[in-house]
Write a protein that binds this ligand. Structure first.
Ligand code: HPA
Length: 289
């Protein structure tokens, strides 16, 4: 088995980055599939390929760029991950979440996570944005946690609470930011469930997930949020509903990755603009704290 990272590994990557950029980000954004365009909105950008950053896992899937972009989003100092590490690609969860602790050691205090997700809630339409209020960690049900293994109290406690994983104050700010957008559709809110993938869900699984209380289903985000909350970051999460999941045996439709990417492309601009507006409101929020 591969050796897990030690505190010093995270520290040396953070120090390497701090010594290779003058940027000092407060906010970090992890972009979901098809949502990496946010990185193009970064001003005074300085980008690093994942391959040049010591210990950083590498991105493997086509269409998923692997770059860390430092700079400013709407005047706020940020670092944007363009391309994330998915569990279904074979990465262990401690690798999936590696960047989060590096960001924390670099001084980041707020994490924004976006993902593409299938809509379980029948009220959701393709192209809707769902603010994540809570999650169901399906992998955790089977003992897969990014916090499994030796505990280092320098990051956080052995048994952390995650009942406040998605910051309540930030969520209120998000409603204000949404109003600035003048969108006709409301900002959806709900619970996101993560499955390991890479296959999409069966009809029976979708029915089960809806009954469990989930509104959207994806294959990412939850591990990063758990690790971020554990090390004291405030979290924000947004799912872009790229498809409505199939709930009926009468339906001839099937979920597919191209549809996910295509819907992502169409709605991405909206989500990027939203996150950008949000950054400014978080900045004033910081001052108030
Ligand atoms: N299921 C799981 N993950 C997804 C989906 C889905 O329907 N759509 C986008 N990501």
């Amino acid at each position: 088995m591969e050796k897990e990272f030690t505190y010093e590994d995270y520290q040396s990557t953070a120090e390497w980055l701090l010594s290779h950029t003058e940027h000092r980000p407060q906010g970090a954004v992890i972009c979901g599939s098809g949502l990496g365009g946010l990185a193009d909105k970064v001003t005074q950008a300085q980008a690093f390929e994942y391959s040049e950053i010591p210990s950083f896992p590498q991105s493997t899937v086509p269409h998923h760029a692997g770059r860390l972009v430092f700079g400013f989003l709407n005047g706020r100092a940020c670092v944007v991950m363009q391309g994330r590490f998915h569990f279904y690609k074979g990465y262990p969860l401690w690798k999936v979440t590696f960047p989060v602790r590096v960001f924390q050691l670099m001084g980041v205090d707020t994490l924004v996570v976006t993902n593409a997700a299938g809509g379980l809630n029948p009220r959701f339409e393709v192209g809707d944005i769902m603010m994540i209020c809570d999650h169901i960690n399906m992998l955790g049900f089977s003992g897969q946690s990014p916090l499994r293994g030796p505990s280092d109290e320098r990051f956080g406690p052995r048994f952390p609470a995650v009942s406040d994983a998605y910051d309540r104050n930030l969520r209120q700010k998000a409603h204000w930011a949404w109003k600035q957008m003048g969108e006709q559709r409301e900002l959806q809110e709900g619970t996101c469930v993560m499955l390991g993938g890479p296959n999409f869900e069966t009809i029976a699984e979708c029915r089960l997930l809806l009954n469990l209380g989930a509104d959207a289903v994806g294959m990412s985000t939850v591990p990063e949020v758990i690790v971020a909350r554990h090390c004291g970051l405030r979290n924000f999460g947004f799912s872009l509903i790229t498809n409505k999941v199939i709930m009926s045996y009468e339906s001839l439709q099937k979920a597919n990755h191209e549809e996910v990417l295509q819907s992502g492309k169409q709605a991405a601009e909206k989500l990027e603009q939203f996150v950008s507006i949000l950054m400014a409101s978080i900045l004033s929020c910081d001052k108030a704290i």
